[in-house]
Write a protein of this length. Structure first.
Length: 253
């Protein structure tokens, strides 16, 4: 089996930390990368603070195969991600001619154009990430991929990377639903997890139709193993007098 390919997501922006803007980018990135065989192992939400961005990028880019950032590449004073990435890699920041050409296609007064051209700045040595919306492109420095924070734009940028990144095994899930409390099957789940360390067994409680229940989700690359574990979980649920529901592979629970 191929080795796992791992990723970290950095969500950059004071507006996220303040609660003013709700992040939806992580969900899309995680689902997309998962289909490509890239596992998100870590995520951080960090402010528009130069030292924090530089230190965080330099920490995580050495720990994971890929780093994906969102936010902070606009035309205003607090859009400092490109500057920080250049400093993290110890290189100069330049105006990329291809981005500048795209920006200049939309006429504007000189002062507005000057602000827009701030979005053409990339670190020396960066490669561009296409922006299908027609706006300024994102960029990549080695394993760090810098994308917009606007969800529709970020999604377009990410889609342009399809087939360009290395991949590992695709992780699948298998869900068993049980209308019982977590505590009643906690010991059984712990034993099953210990017996199958290559898979992850998670328990996620819910309240539906005036009933408490638990979705028991098994995640791993071996589909046959997932079914084996699901069978063990269903047997454990049955043993406490409840009737489990096998929702199957990659079910939305």
């Amino acid at each position: 089996m191929k080795d796992a390919v791992t990723a970290c997501v950095l969500i950059i922006g004071n507006e996220i930390l303040s609660g003013r803007t709700q992040d939806i980018n992580l969900n899309h990135i995680a689902k997309t990368l998962g289909k490509w065989g890239i596992q998100i192992r870590h995520c951080r939400v960090i402010p528009d603070v130069e030292k924090t961005i530089i230190d965080t990028v330099n920490e995580v880019r050495h720990e994971y195969d890929y780093v994906f950032t969102t936010g902070g590449i606009g035309p205003t004073h607090d859009d400092i991600t490109a500057v920080c990435i250049a400093k993290a890699f110890g290189v100069e920041l330049i105006e990329h001619p291809d981005i500048a050409v795209r920006i200049r296609k939309r006429p504007a007064p000189d002062d507005i154009m000057a602000s827009r051209l701030l979005m053409a700045r990339v670190p020396v040595g960066a490669t561009l990430i296409d922006n299908p919306s027609g706006g300024p492109q994102g960029f990549a420095m080695e394993n760090v991929h810098v994308m917009a924070g606007i969800p529709s734009v970020m999604q377009g940028m990410l889609s342009s990377l399809d087939g360009l990144l290395k991949s590992g095994p695709i992780i699948h899930s298998h869900t068993v639903r049980a209308y019982t409390g977590e505590s009643s099957i906690a010991d059984a789940l712990a034993k099953i997890q210990d017996q199958h360390p290559d898979a992850d067994v998670g328990s996620y409680p819910f309240f539906r139709d005036e009933r408490y229940g638990t979705n028991l989700v098994i995640r791993g690359a071996d589909i046959e193993q997932l079914q084996t574990i699901a069978n063990l979980i269903m047997a454990a649920v049955t043993a406490i007098g409840e009737t489990p529901e096998d929702l199957g592979q990659d079910a939305e629970s």
